[in-house]
Write a new protein. Structure first.
Length: 260
């Protein structure tokens, strides 16, 4: 097997906004999937140890049989994770979930379908009839800004976020004025700005916004993630620790760079 193939994981793991991870199966190799999960738990036990996991078979051409699915579930449990549901897909997956005694969850499917689907647009712009010249108005009235009513103000967290606490900014940015402690978690559907040390976890673009970013004045993170793509402490270059950094997503890869 080539190095490029070895680099590709058998299962793509993304982090959800409520601490539930979605494991989309790319290659139905139970031993390999279990080994990958065991490695994740060992590298980041606070994040993945006893983590609730939704198994998504939607990336496969065929739905696995019940025996294979049960072997995967048991293997993931032995590796330290806790499979809690299957991601909704076909009628075959629905029957499999009933046989396994697991519920179906649909929310994780949307982000993958947005990633994989081609834009449904016509190649040529639609023709429009020429418009009649507008008559001059008696008074010039400024046009209202259509998006203003839909923009939620950013959420500001002024108190320190301590171990075990979670702060979530729904459909907006999050600004933390002080510290995010080890074992704490800050999450936003938009971007995350942290003006103190980040020692816990920061997740931006929780609903799949790949344009979201994380800005941090003092970087010691346990984990950072944007739109489900994550890095744990062991994967972060040592020269960036303690620095002011920004984090963004580029070509489905998480990038971290020091701020000048």
């Amino acid at each position: 097997m080539s190095a490029a193939m070895d680099f590709e994981p058998a299962g793509e793991l993304k982090i959800g906004q409520v601490g539930i991870a979605n494991l989309r199966i790319r290659t139905l190799d139970v031993d390999r999937l279990v080994d990958e999960m065991r490695g994740r738990v060992q590298r980041a036990p606070k994040l993945f140890g006893r983590a609730a996991v939704v198994i998504d078979f939607g990336g496969l051409t065929r739905t696995p049989d019940e025996a294979t699915a049960r072997a995967l579930i048991e293997g993931l449990r032995e590796a330290g994770a806790l499979p809690v549901a299957l991601a909704y897909g076909t009628s075959e997956i629905e029957r499999l979930s009933e046989a396994l005694g697991l519920p179906l969850l649909a929310k994780f499917r949307a982000s993958y379908e947005r990633d994989d689907a081609a834009p449904a647009q016509d190649a040529k712009p639609s023709r429009r009839e020429p418009e009649a010249p507008a008559k001059p108005a008696a008074k010039s009235t400024p046009a209202p800004v259509a998006t203003a009513a839909n923009v939620a103000p950013g959420m500001i967290q002024s108190a320190p976020v301590r171990s075990g606490q979670q702060v979530y900014a729904d459909n907006r940015d999050l600004t933390v004025l002080t510290t995010v402690g080890a074992g704490a978690e800050v999450i936003a559907d938009g971007s995350v700005h942290i003006y103190g040390p980040l020692r816990g976890r920061a997740l931006a673009g929780a609903q799949g916004n790949e344009q979201a970013r994380i800005f941090c004045r003092e970087f010691h993170a346990e984990l950072v993630a944007i739109a489900g793509h994550y890095k744990v402490m062991e994967e972060i270059p040592k020269e960036l620790r303690g620095k002011a950094v920004q984090i963004w997503l580029e070509d489905q890869q998480l990038k971290i760079a020091a701020l000048d």
